[in-house]
Design a protein around this ligand. Structure first.
Ligand code: TRP
Ligand code: ZN
Length: 890
């Protein structure tokens, strides 16, 4: 907490560290009212910085440290007194007398009262750590920066009875009992690592064990540790782990490197999970899953996060970041890796659709707002604020574009070279791109603008057909709007995957003017200029272009498709992603028309072509059911907001709800048929967690949600039957959500009450229960959420609860959050202020919706800004909250 303005840190100021730490020996003494940390650091002058040393003497050693109580300090066995060092609230400064020495320190810390969940803290009865990005400095005095890599030996001592399990990174070395009912264990990690990858866990935990045999026939012990009551929810994570390990060997040639790999699930965690070397620590929501308590989506999230953290062992740990500006080096690359893994394990097209919908709704909004920053930022106040959608998701798109431009084989050559060249090093995004260039003999200088320029490029496309010459030309114009600190942008390299369809929907062979022969159907053009024209020859008729297939670049593309053309693409495009995309564009056009009608006070009339398109989808039994479900889903209110110049919250909500009711009524019979067939299968087979069944349930549940729009008793009956008689959370929660959003007040109240009664002891299920209600767009939403905050299962101290209730309300319940009187804004600001004192990282994340004030009408803008100002004036702000509030008001 601070009152003065936090400092801005710039990438251009980067300097290699003055000192290195070769060895780190830690001893933790854990107690109920404090803990002691003894650190023995083997330090030496960084040779890279030592050039002019001789005359000038050694520079001071400046160690990071926050909220530490220094009890003793010694340098090479010489005990240091107060005159020998300087201490302030974030540093310990000493004057070394030789270029190599050992520093011993003891500090007292208070994990038992650490609500920020950074450093060493307690989650329930268990001790655990979270050190990324700069949490290790809350554990001991250290060079807490990722380019200082050290081997760690860690001894933990604790009361045997309360903390039978003592874990840290690497391999277990020794353990034993101590007097007074205490015991100890020592772990050693042979791999050098930065302090952000350090981890410690102590608790009463059970584990599920398994083994994995690596490609070189090494046996690795796998252990997933959870609190005893959760031991029946671990198998899915274990299966996912083994699949991830195999996949990384097969696709990237990467083998695991220690004899043991551990995952620990904790209930209180700021993010999804953390890739600590050999000891991943997970938010329990990203590990625990079984049919009865976790939805299909939750199962898939567990699979993806387990994979993500495992993949970091190479993309992050073995090769790490030089500084935090390079965060996307590990995160963008690892998100790309986990997305490809999920695509291989499930439906590739559906995975891409989900990721693109998420990116366009959320990252595009970030890129258009006050916090817009490049994938590799140039500056920050608080690094925790830069674990963003831009660094993660857009960063992954940037890696995907390299993959698209080089092809799978060229990309693999690049990653092989990258891992070989930089194993054991802390490197930059430039080093990653250089490996891609060197391995493929290509130049990516212009491409690297994706790392340095913020904002979402726009790509306007025009066509012209010359029937005489049988040529078809596409003209591309790219531009990128100004973003904070970046007025002018230079052109990006945009990989544009496309195909041309003839009147029957067949792909035309593609030959560009000047090329000898057609290069097959479908190809990737590399756009490099602000304006560029490509002419295809031998095109016998005016074709229909399918552009940006698979969303080959994170841009906003516009092409003047008619609604009939979009319907044609929906049916005929050979690219599944673009079939969905055509449906989305059609829906957007139709919904925007309804929005305009609502604004003019006209009666709403839905374009019947949308109904017809959905009818066709429902009738086509040959289509992948997951695709049908995706295509029947209308664009979200959040996406409609993002693409609006000025978002009219009420009109968007009214238009979308009107469309849903109209579709539910018009297609009642085919929806009911699909629903019944799928529900019957669910009953017949019982829950099966496989892709085909997940697809079937998704379609079943979207059908149910439309059927309930009709308000028919028959629909209610079906919904209640599903709610009462299913064997899994996917069906149960969908039925509950549909009920909550319906007008069947009695059935809704009963279902909510019975659900809560049954699952009251399962915090992750209660999170779902909170979310479903927080997201309900019916009138009175704010009051319902305020009431729920009094529920005994709710607490501001648990990030999952905050996200489930406050987060779901502010992000998914747009009509209620954006109430015209500003009560939703006041509610959010009140809790941001409360959270600022408890957990700054969570406080600053919850702020996001308020920072988007420029999207709304002037009255709402005033109300939102007033709340931001009130937060700013509320007293001692964390650097986390200060940065976001001040930048969004600037
Ligand atoms: N590196 C983590 C990941 O896999 C991110 C993370 C986990 C994190 N916990 C954190 C970042 C706490 C900042 C603060 O994506
Ligand atoms: Zn990550």
């Amino acid at each position: 907490m601070r009152t003065e303005q936090p400092k801005v840190i710039y990438l251009k100021d980067y300097q290699a560290p003055e000192y290195l730490i070769d060895e780190t020996n830690l001893t933790f003494e854990l107690y109920e009212d404090h803990s002691l940390v003894h650190a023995q650091l083997v330090i030496r002058r960084n040779p890279e910085r030592a050039a002019g040393d001789s005359g000038a003497g050694l520079p001071p050693l400046v160690l990071d440290g926050q909220q530490l109580e220094l009890l003793s300090l010694a340098m090479d066995d010489r005990v240091l007194g107060e005159g020998d060092y300087q201490l302030d609230d974030s540093h310990l400064t000493l004057q070394p007398v030789s270029s190599q020495f050992t520093l011993d320190s003891t500090v007292r810390i208070h994990p038992e009262s650490n609500t920020a969940l950074e450093g060493l803290y307690k989650s329930g009865t268990m001790f655990c750590t979270q050190c990324e990005a700069e949490g290790f400095r809350k554990i001991t005095y250290y060079l807490d920066r990722p380019d200082v890599m050290s081997t760690f030996t860690t001894t933990i001592t604790a009361e045997q009875h309360r903390y039978p399990v003592l874990l840290s990174n690497g391999n277990p070395m020794a353990s034993g009992a101590e007097e007074g009912g205490r015991h100890w264990a020592t772990w050693q990690d042979p791999f050098k690592k930065p302090a952000y990858l350090f981890a410690l866990v102590a608790g009463d935990l059970w584990c599920v064990e398994d083994t994995f045999t690596t490609m070189n026939q090494r046996e690795v012990a796998l252990r997933i540790y959870v609190e005893p009551e959760n031991i029946d929810k671990v198998q899915h994570a274990m299966d996912s782990l083994k699949k991830s390990m195999r996949w990384d060997e097969e696709v990237y040639g990467r083998e695991y490197d220690l004899d043991i790999f551990m995952i620990v699930a904790v209930n209180d965690f700021n993010m999804g999970a953390m890739e600590n070397k050999g000891l991943n620590i997970f938010n329990s929501s990203c590990v625990l899953a079984k049919a009865e308590t976790a939805t299909d989506a939750a199962h898939q999230r567990v699979e993806a996060v387990v994979a993500h953290e495992y993949f970091h062992n190479w993309s992050g740990n073995r090769v790490t970041c030089r500084d935090w500006f390079q965060l996307s080096l590990k995160e963008g690359f690892t998100v790309f890796r986990d997305a490809e893994f999920s695509a291989d394990m499930n439906s590739r097209t559906v995975k891409r659709i989900e990721d693109v919908a998420f990116l366009r709704t959320n990252q595009f909004a970030e890129d258009a707002g006050p916090m817009a920053h490049p994938v590799r930022p140039d500056s920050f106040m608080e690094i925790s604020n830069f674990y963003t959608l831009t660094v993660y998701e857009k960063g992954a798109e940037v890696v995907r574009m390299i993959h698209t431009l080089l092809g799978a084989e060229g990309f693999r050559k690049g990653t092989d070279l990258y891992f070989e060249r930089h194993d054991g090093q802390a490197v930059t995004c430039d080093d990653f791109v250089k490996a891609m260039e060197d391995a493929n003999g290509v130049e990516l200088t212009q491409f690297k603008r994706w790392y340095s320029q913020s904002g979402t490029p726009r790509l306007q496309v025009e066509e012209s057909y010359d029937a005489q010459a049988k040529t078809y030309s596409l003209t591309f114009r790219q531009s990128c709007p100004a973003t904070p600190g970046q007025k002018e942008k230079a052109p990006f390299v945009i990989p544009l995957a496309l195909g041309l369809l003839d009147g029957k929907g067949n792909e035309l062979p593609l030959r560009l003017q000047g090329e000898g022969a057609a290069q097959g159907v479908g190809r990737v053009l590399a756009l490099t200029e602000a304006e560029q024209c490509f002419t295809f020859v031998d095109i016998p008729e005016r074709p229909l272009p399918s552009l940006l297939r698979g969303f080959s670049a994170p841009v906003k593309l516009s092409f003047p498709y008619s609604r009939d053309q979009l319907m044609f693409l929906m049916q005929h495009d050979s690219d599944g992603f673009n079939r969905w995309e055509a449906g989305q564009q059609l829906s957007v056009q139709v919904l925007q028309e309804l929005i305009a009608q609502h604004q003019k006070g006209e009666p709403l009339v839905l374009d019947s072509r949308l109904v017809k398109a959905f009818d066709t989808l429902l009738g086509d039994e040959s289509l992948d059911q997951a695709m049908v479900a995706e295509m029947l889903s209308l664009p979200s209110e959040a996406y409609l907001t993002e693409i609006s110049e000025v978002a009219d919250v009420e009109a968007i909500h009214a238009a979308r709800e009107f469309a849903r009711v109209t579709i539910g009524e018009a297609l009642y019979q085919p929806l009911l048929a699909r629903y019944r067939a799928n529900r019957a299968l669910s009953r017949e087979t019982g829950y099966i967690a496989e892709a085909a069944h997940i697809a079937r349930r998704t379609l079943q549940n979207i059908a149910l949600s439309y059927l309930m729009q009709s308000g028919k008793a028959e629909a209610l009956e079906a919904c209640l039957e599903q709610f009462n008689d299913c064997d899994n959370m996917t069906e149960r929660l969908s039925a509950l959500a549909v009920l909550v959003n319906s007008a069947f007040e009695q059935a809704k109240a009963d279902a909510l009450q019975r659900f809560a009664e049954y699952f009251k002891d399962d915090p992750l299920v209660m999170d779902q229960w909170f979310s479903v209600q927080a997201g309900c767009g019916l009138p009175g939403g704010l009051e319902r959420v305020q009431e729920l905050m009094k529920h005994p299962a709710f607490t501001l101290k648990n990030p999952n609860k905050v996200r489930a209730l406050i987060g779901a309300f502010a992000n998914q319940n747009l009509v209620n959050f954006h109430r015209a009187d500003g009560a939703g804004y006041r509610f959010l600001a009140d809790h941001v202020i409360a959270l600022n004192a408890l957990n700054p990282q969570i406080a600053s994340r919850q702020l996001t919706p308020l920072t988007r004030w420029r999207k709304y009408d002037t009255s709402r803008q005033q109300l939102m800004k007033a709340e931001l100002e009130r937060i700013l004036a509320s007293g001692e702000l964390s650097s986390d909250v200060y940065e976001i509030v001040s930048k969004s008001l600037a």
